[in-house]
Design a protein around this ligand. Structure first.
Ligand SMILES: CC(C)[C@H](C(=O)O)[C@@H](O)C(=O)O
Ligand code: SF4
Length: 755
């Protein structure tokens, strides 16, 4: 019998399908769910309002990371006095309240296992090969480094997963990025990934799951693989994946939540079958030669704006494409750069080593190996090291890395997202230039008018010493300063840390099943399976606003400071805040939505890759609240596209020529009618047909809440779960009553951090 060869992605996806509809929409089982304070309050509120419970609370792990200050916690008494920003505090307290009410495991601020969601998942062995893992966060792609299918979701989907332990998904395309050869000395996986994004562009992976493979990938450590998969989202992909191998098993083994004993043997035997089959088909293939990679930096305001560190700032006058040339011009103005000047000529003000891309122990070791025995340059105003988790911090301190950094002049911080997105006090001031190991260099990302250059940890460390972006490889041959020794102390084993020991009590298995079965009965029988929910969408007529800009990211649609709400409403007045208002809050007359008749637009016509970047559902909430119900563009970022449907909004992808026609009509202030039942846009006596998936159309027209629809399939989910428990016992997480986490702040109300 001929068996169709499958890719790694096909295998993991197919093994999680609970139900497949005729139009290809699948109900996928979710094995792991990470939760943080920013994208979850509205999801818990939704459950509460509908009287729903969390179906498998033990499969979720929550922590606080985005909002929290990274100041020393030595004097932390309570969250009220520690988190000064009221909205940030509210989100953190809301999570503490919610994890208790819904019975989820939680690492709060006094727990040393707290950290950035994408650092703590792998660290705890919560992330495992062959599993499906989601989080209301775009960088969930990080976990694909283990051969998991891991992707970011919106808040409505967080609610869906909590209620049903499943998610609605369509199969993405398979993309393979093969990296041959060996990475040259001093070149990190961050350089490689920035180079790849420069090659394929921020929309290059749209609609795809990327599999990274080849000699250079196999040689990477798990930390380095995580940095690559983490930034797959910056390449527009739904997820990034790397087939598990001995490096993976070695990393996972003995982690607190990793399978043990016989389960471990069974798990590894299964993981070994996951690699893509010989002859498996990929929709897109990209070949990269590792030897071509130089230390890479970004010069602009999109992660695709990369050059090798020895390169010159690009010259927009040399670019024929006018849209591209204007966008380069705008980025250069924002970044305060002159064309044709070496990127190394600009002094750097701040250094940020941290974020879910580069805050793991290996990143810190590399940075320490560069700054050891040196001092930061006099023009550096502030250099921060922000470990990704309390355990990374502890490990680094055990190795003496903190002392190396402190002696060099760095500020040694507590774990959190920190200056990666500036939702907390760590921010750039206007016009400050930062060498940052984070993943996004969008305008205002690290602070209003702040200027971000994305680099590897070694490059950030080198910039801290020189005071400007420089080639880290100079440090390798620099006899005055000595060759950096890479610190490779691997003796510290987090699984031996008392704070992270997990005992699996046999009787807990019964608890989990009873919980689950009890809940399923209640959701299937009670009012909780009601399907009424979102506003109905049939025909929308109105003014269409032209926004002829590519790569409109969700940071631009709704900047970070407005993500601190615990509601879904009221964001319309903040939509496009930074390009709609000046620093004093006055409207900028040139912005389209500030002009008549576009202030009353219900339709937006935009360009490629609309809604890229962060998974924040606040972006469609803000547009919806402003009055926009339809967005027309040549392409959309996956998570944003999904999020629109969950809110009764219709994103319409059309070929670029048709979008341009509509753009011209919108500029003439013509009214459009978008008729969903007939799938047609009418304007100026003309018609343009559009496609929409039949299930999504059905839900929009009838205003159906897909949680209610999914709950009607509870019997199928039950059957899938039972088979899974039997065939893959190692995938379960069973709570132990054995241990409570140490010292919690008084108001820390969570009760289930007790695996
Ligand atoms: C807050 C969250 C929705 C967001 C994301 O999805 O990426 C954040 O982590 C970011 O990096 O912008
Ligand atoms: S990208 Fe930045 S803000 Fe987002 S999860 Fe990672 S560290 Fe946090």
């Amino acid at each position: 019998m001929y068996i169709i060869p499958k890719t790694l992605y096909d295998k993991v996806f197919d093994s999680h399908v609970v139900d497949r509809q005729e139009d290809g929409t699948c109900l996928l089982y979710i094995d792991r769910h990470l939760i943080h304070e920013v994208t979850s309050p509205q999801a818990f509120e939704g459950l509460r309002t509908a009287g729903r419970k969390a179906r498998r609370p033990e499969l979720a792990l929550a922590t606080v990371d985005h909002n929290i200050p990274t100041d020393s916690r030595k004097d932390l008494k309570d969250l009220e006095s520690f988190i000064h920003q009221p909205d940030s505090r509210t989100q953190v307290l809301a999570l503490e309240y919610n994890v208790k009410e819904f019975g989820l495991s939680y690492f709060g601020m006094t727990d040393k296992r707290q950290g950035i969601v994408h650092v703590i998942g792998p660290e705890q062995g919560f992330t495992l090969p062959a599993t499906t893992l989601v989080c209301g966060d775009s960088h969930t792609s990080t976990h694909g480094a283990f051969g998991a299918l891991a992707f970011g979701i919106g808040t409505s989907e967080v609610e869906h997963v909590l209620a049903t332990q499943t998610i609605l998904q369509r199969k993405s395309k398979n993309m393979r990025i093969h990296v041959s050869g060996k990475l040259p000395e001093g070149i990190a996986s961050k350089d490689l990934m920035l180079h790849i994004i420069g090659v394929i562009g921020t929309a290059g992976g749209t609609g795809c799951v990327i599999e990274f493979c080849g000699e250079a990938i196999e040689a990477l450590s798990m930390e380095a693989r995580m940095s690559m998969c983490n930034m797959s989202i910056e390449a527009g992909a739904r997820a990034g994946m790397i087939a598990p191998d001995e490096t993976t098993y070695e990393y996972v083994k003995n982690r607190p939540l990793a399978p043990k004993g016989e389960d471990w043997e069974q798990a590894v035997a299964y993981w070994k079958t996951l690699g893509s089959d010989e002859g498996a088909k990929y929709d897109i293939e990209v070949e990269i030669n590792a030897a071509d990679i130089l230390p890479t930096v970004t010069w602009g305001t999109s992660p695709q704006d990369v050059i090798p560190v020895n390169g010159l700032v690009p010259d927009p006058s040399k670019v024929n494409d006018t849209v591209r040339s204007t966008s380069i011009q705008r980025s250069l103005e924002y970044m305060g750069l002159e064309p044709n000047v070496p990127i190394t000529s600009y002094p750097i003000d701040k250094i940020f080593i941290g974020s879910c891309t580069n805050s793991r122990i290996e990143d810190l070791r590399l940075a320490a190996s560069i700054v050891k025995g040196r001092k930061i340059a006099s023009n550096i105003k502030h250099a921060m090291i922000v470990p990704g988790s309390g355990l990374v911090k502890k490990m680094a301190e055990a190795e003496g890395l903190d002392q190396i950094f402190i002696e060099a002049g760095f500020d040694w911080r507590e774990a959190g997202c920190s200056m990666c997105l500036g939702m907390n006090p760590d921010q750039l001031k206007p016009y400050e230039r930062c060498a940052s190991t984070s993943n996004r260099n969008f305008e205002g990302r690290q602070g209003a008018k702040g200027r971000t250059h994305l680099v590897s940890p070694a490059m950030a460390a080198a910039a801290s010493v020189k005071g400007y972006l420089c080639n880290v490889r100079e440090f390798f041959g620099d006899t005055n300063t000595g060759t950096p020794t890479v610190i490779t102390n691997r003796n510290y084993d987090p699984s031996h840390d008392a704070g992270s020991v997990v005992t699996l009590a046999v009787d807990d298995a019964t608890d989990a099943v009873t919980d689950s079965a009890g809940m399923t009965t209640s959701v299937a029988d009670g009012p909780n399976s009601s399907t009424a929910g979102i506003p109905k969408f049939t025909v929308v007529s109105g003014i269409a606003a032209p926004l002829p800009v590519t790569n409109v990211d969700t940071d631009k649609i709704i900047p970070k400071q407005f993500l601190k709400t615990i509601k879904r409403t009221g964001l319309g007045k903040f939509a496009f805040y930074d390009i709609r208002f000046d620093a004093e809050g006055n409207e900028l007359p040139e912005f389209v939505l500030n002009r008549e008749p576009y202030r009353n637009a219900s339709i937006l016509v935009a360009q490629e890759n609309f809604g890229c970047g962060s998974s924040r559902e606040h972006a469609p909430w803000a547009l919806n609240d402003f009055g926009i119900r339809v967005i027309i563009a040549p392409s959309f970022a996956d998570i944003f596209f999904n999020n629109c449907f969950k809110n009764g909004m219709l994103p319409i992808p059309l070929p670029v020529e048709q979008v341009n026609e509509l753009m011209a009509a919108a500029e003439k202030e013509l009214e459009f009618t978008v008729d969903l039942p007939n799938q047609v846009i009418r304007y100026d006596g003309k018609e343009i047909k559009f496609e929409v998936e039949s299930f999504r159309k059905h839900c929009l027209i009838n205003g159906l809440d897909d949680i209610g629809l999914t709950l009607q399939k509870a019997t199928k989910i039950d059957a899938f779960e039972s088979a899974r428990e039997k065939n893959f016992p190692w995938m379960n997480i069973r709570r132990s009553r054995a241990r409570l986490s140490p010292s919690r702040p008084k108001q820390s109300t969570s009760g289930r951090s007790d695996w």
